[in-house]
Design a protein around this ligand. Structure first.
Ligand SMILES: NC(=O)c1ccc[n+]([C@@H]2O[C@H](COP(=O)([O-])OP(=O)(O)OC[C@H]3O[C@@H](n4cnc5c(N)ncnc54)[C@H](OP(=O)(O)O)[C@@H]3O)[C@@H](O)[C@H]2O)c1
Length: 165
């Protein structure tokens, strides 16, 4: 299982239930990684998507809300149910894609993390755990890119000791 996220230097990922930046190159990277695969997200992230579900991907959404039943996504009510559903997929094709509650819940089970790091600190209300403090080691890092006045890099991390599910 993989994790894919865009973070600032201090691991902020969102504000007011939105992303912090509009970076077309990062959206393209996200699409290339996840297309044809399985995306796992929390209800807030799912509802924040401009287009639901994410097309050409199996969308799996975590929610305890029994009145939340979108027909176009697989909804699971807890971690146990999620893992039961995920067993039918190749774990390399599964991408955890937010938000903070789901990244923090599933980070320890992810073997790889694709982290876009924006070289800034900006006002935010949603943060994730520091992957480097959570057992992940940097495998590779891209050159730096600039878009809409923001500087960012694509980093790939490997979890030294991922948990099984
Ligand atoms: N920068 C990035 O790469 C990135 C990516 C994705 C999202 N984001 C940002 O992250 C923010 C949203 O993150 P968030 O943490 O507030 O929300 P979230 O993780 O998207 O969704 C939270 C919801 O997921 C459900 N949930 C969480 N844990 C669960 C569990 N163990 N079992 C069942 N359901 C569970 C709950 O829904 P119920 O209340 O229905 O139970 C909970 O309210 C937004 O600002 C978004 O833009 C950033």
């Amino acid at each position: 299982m993989n994790l894919i996220v865009a973070v600032t230097k201090n691991y902020a990922i969102g504000k007011d239930n939105n992303l912090l930046f509009h970076l077309p190159a990062d959206l393209k990277f996200f699409k290339e990684k996840t297309i044809g695969n399985v995306v796992v997200m929390g209800k807030k992230t799912y509802l924040s998507l401009p287009k639901r579900p994410l097309p050409n991907r199996t969308n799996i959404v975590l929610s305890t809300d029994t009145s939340f039943n979108p027909t176009e996504a697989i909804v699971v009510r807890n971690l146990q149910e999620l893992f039961a559903v995920l067993k039918q997929f190749d774990s390399e094709k599964i991408y955890v894609c937010g938000g903070a509650s789901i990244y923090n819940l599933l980070m320890d089970y992810c073997k790889k993390a694709f982290v876009t790091v924006i070289d800034e600190i900006v006002p935010a209300d949603t943060y994730i755990k520091d992957v480097e403090q959570s057992g992940f080691v940097l495998e590779s890092e891209s050159e730096s890119f600039q878009e809409n006045g923001h500087t960012f890099r694509f980093k790939t991390y490997i979890n030294q000791n991922p948990k099984n599910f």
